[in-house]
Design a protein around this ligand. Structure first.
Ligand code: ADP
Ligand code: ADP
Ligand code: ZN
Length: 214
């Protein structure tokens, strides 16, 4: 099962990708999480990526492609995966299609979690982040048992630097300019599906499960 999650920042891609991974036994691969851990560890990649991420810009394709190629080559990705936050540009999508075609493979499902811009800023202002395990609870829509503490791993919850409203607006613009065209790209491959991301988390997941099990 090879799946790509599309949708604006804060639409719920990561939330749904984690649920897909748990239910269908495929790894959840988030380029945002991989990049953030590189920034935290101050690796050469992290040092290059940090300024772009803080400014709400995309990290250059060349940097992201290398990390995805490495990750997809690992054993656990042989039978499938759910890609979250990648591809984000047409060149990234083309590189993925080409890389997969070498082994006769292709993306089987592209799922757009559709949420209008008006809802995004509110969603993002309540998002919390666990740097230890990548969990993304929400103060209103997915609250943790103890405020500030991750339910999954007990880690400390933080607010991502790039979730402040000015940066969210910048990221939304980048999404419309560079990532939304991928909906057309995957339409043409005949694998595009859209779900209404304004529904509650379990309803969205049930809609996605129906698509994957059809
Ligand atoms: P969100 O989940 O809110 O959409 P991500 O965690 O996916 O955000 O990404 C955070 C930041 O990491 C992006 O704003 C961008 O700077 C960088 N990033 C993540 N994935 C990619 C990618 N595929 N290409 C370029 N930059 C990326
Ligand atoms: P993305 O990966 O697309 O950037 P996330 O999965 O991190 O988005 O979700 C953004 C925030 O919104 C998180 O705090 C998450 O708990 C919350 N969230 C996710 N899906 C929903 C939903 N369907 N309704 C309300 N809040 C949601
Ligand atoms: Zn955690």
């Amino acid at each position: 099962m090879k799946i790509v999650m599309l949708g604006a920042p804060g639409a719920g891609k990561g939330t749904q990708a984690k649920k897909i991974a748990a239910k269908y036994g495929v790894p959840h691969i988030s380029t945002g999480d991989i990049l953030r851990s590189n920034v935290k560890e101050e690796t050469p990649l992290g040092l290059k990526a940090k300024a772009y991420m803080d400014g709400g810009e995309l990290v250059p394709d060349s940097l992201v492609l290398d990390l995805v190629i490495d990750r997809l080559a690992k054993d656990d990705a042989k039978t499938g995966y759910v890609l979250d936050g990648f591809p984000r540009t047409i060149p990234q999508a083309e590189a993925l299609t080409e890389g997969l075609s070498k082994t006769g493979d292709k993306i089987e499902f592209a799922i757009d979690v559709n949420v209008p811009d008006e809802n995004i800023v509110e969603r993002m202002s309540g998002r919390r982040y666990c740097a230890k395990c990548g969990a993304t609870p929400h103060v209103k829509y997915a609250p943790t048992k103890v405020e500030g503490v991750c339910d999954v791993c007990g880690g400390e919850l933080t607010i991502r630097d790039d979730d402040k409203p000015e940066t969210v607006l910048k990221r939304l613009k980048v999404y419309h300019d560079q990532t939304q065209p991928l909906i057309d790209f995957y339409e043409k491959q005949g694998v595009m599906h859209t779900v209404d991301g304004t529904k509650d988390i379990e309803e969205v997941f049930s809609d996605i499960s129906n698509i994957l099990e059809k």
